[in-house]
Write a protein that binds this ligand. Structure first.
Ligand code: TXA
Ligand code: MG
Length: 330
């Protein structure tokens, strides 16, 4: 398949919308990461997403909307309380799990009776969804298991020849995927941490918010039952081995220096990712840095972990998975 490169000008936006409306696959930038979109109401189109990504088909997709009518077309029984929360945090990098409207095919939601919905804020994304005129199912536009794409080049690397078109925009502003918040449970529950943090959600909810307990467990543990199916898969893995070194700033620096010396003496090419405890910066660079390490032929990556703020917690969730839970405490 020849993949078209589309620029996000007026003509490009309507072309992208037309391809999506007619059942094609288009990757496009959002404020979080690039997404791989298809018409969420078209079972054949969404099935093609699983094929293009090589993704297990029980992993449900996020449905992207750009207006209230689209929201009402994919969710059902949305309460005033839920609407109030959504209106405070949308458009933006947060996804809400709601009761599913029967119009959404099972293949889009992995057979669940809930649907994950996001109204993105990035201009290109909102305009493409409006131009398509249908809600758009869009997981991150990477091959399954690889780091999520934050640049056009990342998407092209994984998807060229596999999808109809890629909308070429600037690098994404946030760099990690949206927060996933379940609004169907009694207490709103964070299923996947993201750029919108627990305290921001508590303010919008004006009440209690909890984390899915599985966020603090390892896959394989008896009590690991994530409510978000995607959280159980191996994720974000570069070709290099990844090791997290956690502790006080000075202890971490000293330990990494020692580990690097040893690795280099074994002829391994090393890289160190140290975001100085700055969560926003870590979010912005982490996936891009993993992909760069692969391009550079790095064998082992050390991640310095200390002083994380709230967004830092969300990035750490990805880091831990990329490291296959290899964490050294110093
Ligand atoms: O920022 C983002 O969310 C990006 C951009 C493209 O919008 N999309 C994204 O999609 O990260 P994806 O497919 O890579 O991740 C979707 C996550 C998975 O962990 C999936 O299991 C979860 O959302 N999810 C989807 N539907 C769900 C549902 N009904 N209940 C619980 N979790 C759900
Ligand atoms: Mg993904």
């Amino acid at each position: 398949m020849k993949t078209r490169i589309i620029l996000p000008d007026t003509d490009g936006i309507s072309e992208a919308g037309a391809i999506l409306r007619s059942g094609g696959l288009v990757a496009f930038p959002t404020e979080t990461v690039y997404g791989l979109g298809a018409n969420a109401l078209d079972a054949t189109a969404t099935k093609h997403i699983y094929e293009a990504k090589g993704r297990p088909s029980d992993n449900p997709m996020i449905v992207h909307v750009a207006n209230i009518d689209m929201l009402n077309g994919v969710a059902s029984g949305v309460t005033d309380a839920q609407k109030a929360i959504m209106s405070k945090l949308w458009p933006g990098p947060i996804t809400f799990v709601l009761h599913k409207n029967p119009a959404v095919p099972d293949v889009t939601t992995g057979g669940l009776d809930t649907v994950a919905v996001r109204w993105p804020s990035r201009r290109e994304a909102a305009e493409i969804i409006e131009a398509a005129g249908v809600p758009i199912a869009a997981p991150s536009a990477n091959l399954s298991g690889k780091p999520s794409p934050t640049t056009f080049e990342d998407v092209a690397e994984d998807m060229d020849g596999r999808i109809d078109a890629i909308v070429k925009g600037e690098r994404t502003a946030i760099g990690i995927e949206s927060t996933v918040l379940d609004l169907t449970s009694e207490v709103p529950t964070i299923l996947r941490p993201g750029f919108i943090t627990k305290s921001q959600i508590e303010e919008a909810v004006d009440g209690e918010v909890q984390y899915d307990p599985s966020l603090f467990k390892k896959p394989g543990a008896d009590d690991f039952h994530p409510k978000s199916p995607g959280m159980k898969y191996k994720h974000y893995a570069p070709k290099a081995a990844v090791r997290i070194v956690e502790g006080s700033k000075s202890a971490v620096s000293a330990a990494i220096a020692e580990l690097e010396t040893e690795a280099v003496s074994n002829n391994m090419k090393t890289a160190v990712l140290d975001y100085m405890g700055n969560g926003d910066k870590a979010a912005n660079n982490f996936f891009a840095d993993l992909r760069q390490c692969d391009r550079d032929g790095v064998d082992i990556i050390y991640i310095a972990a200390y002083d994380w703020d709230e967004v830092g917690f969300s990035v750490m969730n990805r880091m831990v998975k990329s490291a296959g839970y290899d964490i050294v405490n110093v």
